[in-house]
Design a protein around this ligand. Structure first.
Ligand code: ACO
Length: 427
């Protein structure tokens, strides 16, 4: 095995080099502090691997994303969301029988306890649905408390409950925020069709389920299903490392996803495009603002910590956006603005030099708008899609014999020791 030798104050430490399936390399520093007294410092973890993982591979330079070895492009073309969820969680594609069983279980567990409806009633009407869904996922633990972390059957039941009920919770939060009647899940509908129906059916105008939208939703959720050790997934792993129940770990992941630099970017993109449209702003001026270091404005939906080329999910999303709008004969002026922004940015030296390309969020909001999803629900849509990934990552860390409590260190730069001053001697 290749090693790297660190010599510090006469102490020698041989650090093994770990090599991944695709040739990516890491220095294993787990013995560094013990041998030399040194720790590493890497704000934002841009150079730090937190685990080894067999779930998702991405290459940010080449624009590659694979779940369990399968390119995301193939899954988006041939799979459906529940099948991809099974793949991520169980490690292999299901047989027809396994997929049918999985679908039956998802159907059987789609209802939520009637008493949970009362919680919804008491959130202020203007509450953000991400806060509601995060709180309700934690609340599920009180209604379905039988989780034993190492009992496989119970974990599978909890996993199924989470996957199925999050849809119901999300649709309920929307209906109640509108003051509309809650629509129950239907056993005759597929996962995605069921969600759209719960969102948009109503007693006076039955919802007509459109295959184009069902297909678009399948692709949207497949593209969001996992993305290795991003902010929310690392949160799920870190919170989970305290051996908390799965509901609480997932709820923490939902909260982490909410931020505009992470999952909240899909909402921020549409708000940005709407503002440009409303104000009739010139696209070139928007690009100038994004480049101005004295202006906090950033081009939302552009840039990524790992991808230094076009995000492969954004490519699929852009194509899907075009085809959905064409099929439904929708003309969305925001799509024109998005295209112009992309064209201008991709030929601009700043964006080229900084390797800034559209990420998954740049076009996804336009697809969600075409479905009728309100802007403040966009990040909830992302959360539903990411759920299988969070679960798979949590399971993987739970199955790791070296699963340790996550506990980073720091370099303290505060005051040296000082003493307590009684209040009457302070000015
Ligand atoms: N617009 C303008 N400039 C940008 C943008 C952007 N969208 N993104 C990065 N930059 C610039 C920064 O100003 C910085 O410039 P400098 O080196 O000259 O100071 C440089 O590119 C590097 O930026 P960082 O913030 O250090 O890069 P980091 O890897 O930390 O950030 C991030 C990645 C947060 C995604 C960033 O690109 C961003 O804020 N994008 C907009 C928000 C967004 O779309 N987020 C969704 C990401 S995908 C997801 O999480 C699902």
């Amino acid at each position: 095995m290749e090693t790297i030798r660190v010599i510090y104050e006469g102490k020698v430490c041989e650090l093994p080099v770990i090599v991944g399936t695709e040739g990516e390399k890491a220095i294993d520093i787990s013995r560094l502090r013990q041998t030399t007294g040194l720790i590493t410092l890497d704000p934002g973890f841009g150079n730090t691997g937190s685990c080894t993982s067999a779930i998702t591979f991405m290459d940010g330079e080449k624009g590659i994303l694979r779940y369990r070895g399968i390119p995301v492009e193939e899954l988006a073309e041939h799979s459906i969301f529940t099948e991809t969820a099974y793949l991520l969680i169980h490690g292999v594609l299901p047989t027809r029988q396994q997929l049918n069983q999985f679908s039956v279980l998802l159907n059987d567990n789609s209802l939520i306890h009637e008493d949970m409806q009362f919680f919804f009633q008491n959130f202020p009407r203007a509450s953000h649905p991400m806060g509601i869904v995060s709180a309700m996922v934690t609340a599920l633990r009180s209604f379905y408390p039988e989780l034993k972390i190492n009992d496989e059957e119970e974990i599978n039941l909890t996993v199924t409950r989470l996957l199925s009920k999050i849809r119901t919770l999300a649709a309920m939060s929307y209906k109640i925020s509108r003051g509309h009647k809650v629509i129950y899940p239907r056993p005759d509908l597929t996962y995605c069709a069921n969600f759209l129906n719960m969102m948009f059916d109503n007693p006076v105008r039955p919802y007509c389920i459109d295959d184009t939208l069902v297909n678009a939703l399948n692709v949207f959720w497949i593209l969001h299903a996992d993305h290795e050790q991003n902010c929310s997934t690392s949160t799920v792993r870190m919170v989970g490392s305290g051996r908390v129940n799965l509901y609480a770990a997932i709820s923490a992941g939902i909260a982490a996803l909410w931020g505009p630099l992470h999952g909240g970017a899909n909402q921020a993109v549409i708000e940005m495009l709407e503002k440009i449209h409303r104000e009739g702003a010139n696209v070139r001026d928007v690009i100038l603002r994004a480049k101005d270091k004295n202006d906090p404005f950033r081009l939302m939906g552009f840039g990524h910590r790992v991808y230094k080329t076009y995000d492969p999910r954004a490519k699929i999303m852009k194509k899907m956006c075009d085809s959905v709008l064409q099929k439904l004969k929708i003309h969305d002026p925001l799509l024109d603005i998005a295209r112009q922004l992309e064209e201008t940015a991709l030929t601009d030296a700043y964006f080229i030099d900084h390797h800034l390309y559209p990420n998954v969020d740049f076009y996804s909001g336009i697809v969600l708008r075409a479905m009728g999803i309100p802007t403040n629900m966009f990040t909830v849509m992302f959360a539903i899609g990411r759920l299988p990934g969070w679960i798979a990552q949590w399971k993987e860390s739970r199955d790791d014999p070296d699963w340790r409590l996550s506990r980073p260190r720091q370099i303290y730069v505060g005051p040296a020791q000082t003493h307590y001053l009684p209040i009457d001697r302070r000015h």
